[in-house]
Design a protein around this ligand. Structure first.
Ligand code: ADP
Ligand code: MG
Length: 386
C-alpha cells in the first residue's frame, strides 16, 4: 500500500522534472484473472480481481496541448508529444497508453488539455498482469477528474478499450480495465462482458489460510500475434455455424450437437469457451457457498481446457502449474491471454515455501529462465491518492 511519504517523494520528483506543482496523484492496479479466459470477446463471464500492485501517475494539466511524460522505470527520459497531432498509430512505447486514453476522451467530445505526467508502476510489465491497463486506467481517472468529464466507470471502461483497440492497435476486450477501474479490496469482479454488469464477489484467500501465488514465467506474450487472432476467428466461426450472436449463448448442453457440426479444431476452441463460461459461474457459486478452499478443481479444469482445447499454454506455464499442484497447491492455472505470461497457484500458507522452491528448481532443471514468484491479494480499484 502506498504511504503518504511515497506519494510525497513522487510529487517532489514531478516538481523537479517539470518545474511545476502537480494537480494530484492517481493510482490504478494491475489485475489477475481468477478464472474466465478468452470468454470476454465471446460476450461471456470473467472473474478477475484488482491486485495490490499499481501504476501511480502524478499529473498536472497544461494551458497548451503539449504532453511531457516520464516513467521511473527504464532510461527513456522525458517523452514529448502534442495532443493536436496525436492520432491512432502515433506515439511510441508506453507513451501510447496516456496518449491513447486522452485521444479516446477527445473522441467522446471532451476537451482534453496537454499534461505533464510522472509514472511509477510496480505492476510487472508483460507478465500478463495488465501493466498497460494499469497505466491507462490511472491516466484516464486523472483526466476524467481534471477535465470535469465525470464519466462513470462503465464509460471509462469503453473509452479505455477504444484507446487499446484503435489508438494502440491491440485487440483487447473489457476485462482488464473493468477490474482495474471497478475492483474492490477483498473481492473478485464478476463481470458479464455482454452488458458490463458487475457483481463484487468476496474472495478472501487469506481468511481461508490460502495465498494466491503468481508465477511469472518471463516468457513474453503478445496479444497482437496470430495466435490470439486465430482463436478469435475460430470463436466467430463456431458462433456463426451454431447460429448464435456469440458463444456466450451456447450452453454446455449443446456441445454434443456441436460436435456434429464443427470441424475438430473449431469444436475444441468452442468447447473451451463454453465450458470456461460454465466454470466461471460455478466458481462464483462455490465462492459464495464454500469459499476459496473449494475452487481448486475448477482452476485445474480451466488450465487443462486452455492447454488441450484452446491450445494457448506453453511448456513453462504447464511446468509451473504441474509443479505447484504436485507440491501442495490446491488449484493452479495459467492466467491471462496465454502463450506466456503468468500462472496462478492457490496454495495453503503452510505449503507456500515448498511450492516456490519446487517451481524454481523445476525451471532450473528444465533450462528455463528463472521465474519471478510473488503473492497478490484482491485490492482496491483506481483511486485518487493525493
Ligand atoms: P501487460 O499489459 O500484460 O503487462 P503489454 O505488452 O500490454 O503487457 O504492456 C506492457 C507495456 O506497458 C510495456 O512494453 C511498456 O510499454 C508499458 N509499461 C508497463 N509498465 C511500465 C512502466 N513502469 N514504465 C513505462 N512503461 C511501462
Ligand atoms: Mg496489456
Amino acid at each position: 500500500m502506498t504511504t503518504t511519504t511515497e506519494t510525497g517523494v513522487l510529487a517532489a520528483r514531478f516538481q523537479e522534472t517539470f518545474d511545476a506543482a502537480a494537480d494530484g496523484v492517481w493510482q490504478a492496479p494491475g489485475r489477475v484473472n481468477l478464472i474466465g479466459e478468452h470468454t470476454d470477446y465471446n460476450e461471456g463471464f470473467v472473474l478477475p480481481f484488482a491486485i495490490d500492485k499499481t501504476a501511480k501517475v502524478v499529473l498536472r494539466v497544461r494551458d497548451d496541448s503539449r504532453v511531457r511524460m516520464l516513467s521511473t522505470f527504464g532510461g527513456h527520459g522525458v517523452v514529448e508529444a502534442d495532443l493536436a497531432d496525436s492520432e491512432p498509430g502515433s506515439g511510441e512505447g508506453w507513451s501510447r497508453y496516456p496518449l491513447g486514453v486522452a485521444w479516446a476522451l477527445k473522441e467522446r467530445g471532451i476537451e482534453v488539455p496537454g499534461f505533464d505526467l510522472l509514472l511509477d508502476s510496480d505492476v510487472p510489465s508483460g507478465a500478463g498482469l495488465s501493466s498497460s491497463h494499469a497505466i491507462e486506467c490511472a491516466v484516464i481517472s486523472a483526466l476524467n477528474e481534471l477535465t470535469g468529464a465525470g464519466f462513470a466507470a462503465e464509460d471509462l471502461v469503453l473509452a479505455t478499450q477504444r484507446a487499446e483497440n484503435v489508438f494502440v492497435g491491440a485487440p483487447t476486450g473489457i476485462m482488464d480495465q473493468s477490474a482495474s477501474l471497478r475492483g474492490s479490496k477483498g473481492h473478485a469482479v464478476f463481470l458479464d462482458c455482454r452488458d458490463q454488469h458487475v457483481e463484487l464477489v468476496p474472495f478472501d484467500a487469506e481468511a481461508s489460510g490460502l495465498v494466491l501465488l503468481v508465477i511469472d514465467t518471463k516468457v513474453s506474450h503478445s496479444h497482437a500475434d496470430g495466435g490470439y487472432a486465430s482463436r478469435r476467428a475460430s470463436c466467430e466461426l463456431g458462433a456463426g455455424i451454431l447460429g448464435v450472436k456469440a458463444l456466450r449463448d451456447v450452453g454446455v448442453e449443446r456441445l454434443e450437437e456441436a460436435s456434429g457440426l464443427l470441424d475438430e479444431t473449431t469444436l475444441r476452441r468452442v468447447r473451451h469457451v463454453v465450458t470456461e463460461n460454465d466454470r466461471v459461474l460455478q466458481t462464483v457459486e462455490v465462492l459464495g457457498t464454500e469459499g476459496p478452499a473449494a475452487i481448486g478443481t475448477l482452476l485445474d479444469a480451466s488450465h487443462v481446457s486452455m492447454r488441450d482445447d484452446f491450445e494457448i499454454s506453453c511448456p513453462e506455464l504447464d511446468l509451473a502449474v504441474d509443479t505447484s499442484r504436485a507440491n501442495g497447491a490446491i488449484g493452479a492455472r495459467m492466467t491471462g491471454g496465454g502463450f506466456g505470461g503468468s500462472a496462478i497457484a492457490l496454495t495453503p500458507v503452510g505449503q507456500e515455501q515448498q511450492v516456490r522452491d519446487a517451481v524454481v528448481r523445476s525451471f532450473a532443471k528444465a533450462g528455463f529462465t528463472a521465474p519471478d514468484i510473488f503473492t497478490v491479494t484482491p485490492a482496491a480499484g483506481a483511486l485518487r491518492l493525493a
